[in-house]
Ligand binder design. Structure first.
Ligand SMILES: Cc1ncc(COP(=O)(O)O)c(C=O)c1O
Length: 409
């Protein structure tokens, strides 16, 4: 049996333990939902105060130049690039993941005009499928959605673009990015990776895998705050030919010449559409300082260890209590979360949250526990399983208040 003392010893030896102080977290709360909304980095409030009181209130419009607001999407993109294996000038912060996915999917289908299939996956996050479906309709393509285990065998020479999420939002199952990208390229297709559940939780090697495009959000493991702007990656080799559909003035080669005709910017700026949500970009840029000096291999090693611990403790304490593992047992196939299935998952999660252990629920029956390695402790995992065991044994979840569905689950 793994004891709490053993978990505390792992925390004492954790090379990332000092990073927890980089976040403002309530002392009485265990937070295992950084895969949905990252915790607030401690430096963000002061940065926002300056942005609001000095740069906006006092600097007014001058701050676009004087406070270097204008190049913030590029600057922040370059910081994210380091976390996802991209080069300078290949990543920019803009819009939401959904909107960026729309832009790259249309651009990719235009680059493979002779092919008419967008290959996607049935268990992907719904927005990815909804956007792909609309892109298919608009571009006259067929959207072919297959089961995860059929992805590799479905990549053939009819496919224009393969659109996948690296780590599945529900199961935490992780694709072999290198192998799938290679297969897509061998078939002459392009690939788009959604990195929402990978960036900031593990190293990603976009250029190492020769990926074509990627998108991801700023509010999960990157800790940019609720509704933080997203980012988009375009491999340098594609930039010159890239024809994205949302041609707004910020993507123009010379936005402040206000010309009638559209001429795309030569670089990654062509992925921009309109004005950046500047306060959100500033918060995200500041939040990324939490990764300073962090070795992403060490981050991944901790993420794997936290996940393995959760699974071992669940095996030891939750057997026979109605919970089953809904994530891969093999860490090599897993992202930075462990999901458990329980028929009363919603109420069980509400009961946990009432005890200040925060994960989330995904219909129909998934309890999700995400491990942001910068601030989650091994003892948190022990305390979570202990609370869960008690809730299941005593049926504490079977309470009217815990059954009432809130808008966000
Ligand atoms: C895989 C994935 N893609 C996209 C999104 C959401 O995208 P958006 O930033 O457009 O809300 C999520 C949100 O949880 C997600 O898990």
């Amino acid at each position: 049996m793994i004891t709490r003392e053993q978990c505390a010893a792992l925390d004492a030896a954790d090379p990332l333990a000092h990073c927890r102080a980089r976040f403002n977290l309530p002392a009485d709360t265990i937070y295992l939902d950084g895969n949905s909304l990252g915790a607030m980095p401690a430096n963000v409030p002061a940065r926002m105060k300056t942005a609001l009181e000095d740069e906006w209130a006092h600097g007014l419009i001058r701050s676009w130049n004087d406070a270097d607001w204008y190049p913030a999407p590029q600057r922040t993109g370059n910081k994210i690039a380091k976390l996802i294996g991209a080069g300078p000038g290949e990543v920019i912060v803009a819009d939401s993941t959904s909107v960026n996915l729309f832009k790259v999917l249309v651009a990719a289908t235009r680059m493979r005009a002779e092919r008419r299939v967008i290959l996607a996956e049935r268990t992907n996050f719904p927005t990815d499928v909804y956007i792909a479906s609309s892109v298919a309709q608009m571009t006259g393509c067929e959207l072919r959605c297959v089961d995860p285990e059929e992805v590799m065998s479905s990549i053939d020479d009819s496919v224009a673009v393969v659109s996948l999420t690296h780590v599945n939002y529900k199961s935490g199952k992780r694709y072999d990015m290198e192998a799938v990208t290679r297969k897509a390229h061998e078939a002459g297709a392009l690939i788009v990776w959604d990195l929402c559940h990978s960036a900031g939780a593990m190293p990603v090697h976009l250029n190492g895998c020769e990926a074509d495009f990627a998108v991801g959000c700023g509010y999960k493991y990157l800790n940019g705050g609720p509704g933080a702007p997203a980012y988009v990656f375009v491999a340098k080799r594609h930039l010159a030919d890239l024809n994205q559909p949302l041609t707004g003035w910020h993507g123009h080669a010379k936005p402040f010449e206000f010309t009638h005709d559209y001429a795309p910017h030569a670089g990654i700026d062509r992925m921009l559409t309109g004005t950046a949500p500047q306060l959100g970009v500033i918060a995200l840029e500041a939040a990324l300082e939490a990764f300073e000096g962090v070795d992403l291999e060490v981050l991944r090693a901790k993420s794997v260890a936290l996940g393995n611990l959760m699974i071992e403790l669940a095996d030891q304490h939750l057997a026979g209590l109605g919970c089953t593992l809904a994530s891969p047992r093999d860490a090599g196939q897993r992202g930075s979360q462990v999901s458990l299935a329980h028929a009363e998952g919603y109420a069980v999660m509400q009961a946990l949250i009432a005890r200040k252990v925060i994960g989330d629920f995904r219909a129909p029956d998934i309890l999700r526990f995400g491990f942001a390695p910068l601030y989650v402790r091994y003892a948190d995992i022990w305390d979570t399983v202990s609370a869960l065991k008690d809730i299941l044994e005593t049926c504490a979840w079977d309470n009217e208040a815990f059954h009432a569905r809130k808008s966000v689950t």
